[in-house]
Design a protein around this ligand. Structure first.
Ligand code: LIP
Length: 276
């Protein structure tokens, strides 16, 4: 795929993500309405809620991608994989609303995330924030942008003062293990952030708003676009290399400024992060 093609995919991802972001806001009043998330349907656990926003946004994204790119395939959080990609075939990896718990509770930190890959290699990505309107995007080899401005990851070289974002899984036992790791690492870094949206955590690394991000147990759609945005902004990015049947990453996603990435990865391993 040539350079022009990846830029075209980036622009298409941005356009479709923007449209879905508008729909997410329009639906949200119906979702958040009485503020009670207790009645929302759930998936993998009692906290893994799914909303009409997730479902309607993914339906819109699939419809638009099907019309614009009929020869491609889609993997989405709500609809799963419509087919396994053939060699050389573009696969779109979609999280219609990343940060669903934030969305359902009325918090503003959630995003539409759309990534494009071929043969497992990230080509383009777009992450759009419905509330702020911020547009994050990248095309492989062409850098990463926030609202058109070039992004650069953190240049920090001292993990001991790093602001590190992380996340907690929907499975309560895994969540407890992850929280125990946070308590072990908190005194060894500068500060911790738990923002509840993996794609925006990765974009925050790209912008240098946080110096690093790690999380275990994410799905492919959580990190597909954000990992490329962080990587194109100069961060060192490690994607899960081993996934089990349902695509749940058995390893952590790690994205960090180049000056602290190796030391932070070693610190995480020494504190028992591997395979958490
Ligand atoms: C969420 C991620 C978040 C993670 C949550 C959940 P969702 O994705 O963005 O980082 O901590 O457990 O996976 O479910 O809102 O698309």
């Amino acid at each position: 795929m040539n350079d022009q093609d990846v830029r075209t995919l980036e622009k298409l991802a941005v356009g479709v993500a923007r449209e879905a972001a508008e729909l997410a806001l329009a639906v949200r009043d119906r979702v958040v309405g009485d503020g009670s998330v207790a009645d929302l349907p759930t998936k993998s656990s009692a906290t893994d809620v799914v909303t009409a926003g997730d479902q309607e946004c993914e339906a819109l994204i699939r419809e638009r991608l099907g019309a614009l790119r009929p020869d491609d395939v889609v993997l989405g959080e709500e609809g799963g994989a419509d087919a396994e990609p053939a060699a050389g075939q573009v696969r779109w990896v979609v999280d219609p609303i990343d940060g669903t718990v934030n969305y359902a509770h009325g918090l503003p930190w959630f995003a539409v995330s759309i990534g494009a890959e071929v043969d497992g290699r990230a080509l383009a990505g777009a992450v759009v924030e419905p509330v702020s309107g911020r547009v994050w995007s990248a095309a492989a080899g062409h850098g990463a942008q926030l609202d058109g401005r070039t992004l650069r990851a953190s240049a920090l070289t001292r993990p001991g003062v790093a602001v590190v974002a992380t996340g907690l899984n929907y499975d309560p036992d895994r969540r407890a293990r992850q929280a125990a790791l946070v308590s072990r690492i908190a005194g060894r870094i500068g500060d911790v952030r738990r923002q509840g949206c993996a794609s925006l955590d990765l974009c925050s690394v790209a912008a240098g708003w946080v110096d690093a991000y790690y999380e275990h147990g994410l799905h492919h759609w959580d990190w597909a676009a954000g990992a490329l945005i962080a990587e194109e902004a100069g961060a060192v990015v490690r994607r899960p290399s081993v996934t089990d049947a349902d695509g749940l990453g058995l390893e952590a996603v790690l994205a960090a400024g180049p000056g602290i990435a190796a030391e932070l990865a070693e610190l995480l391993r020494s504190l028992g992060a591997s395979g958490l």
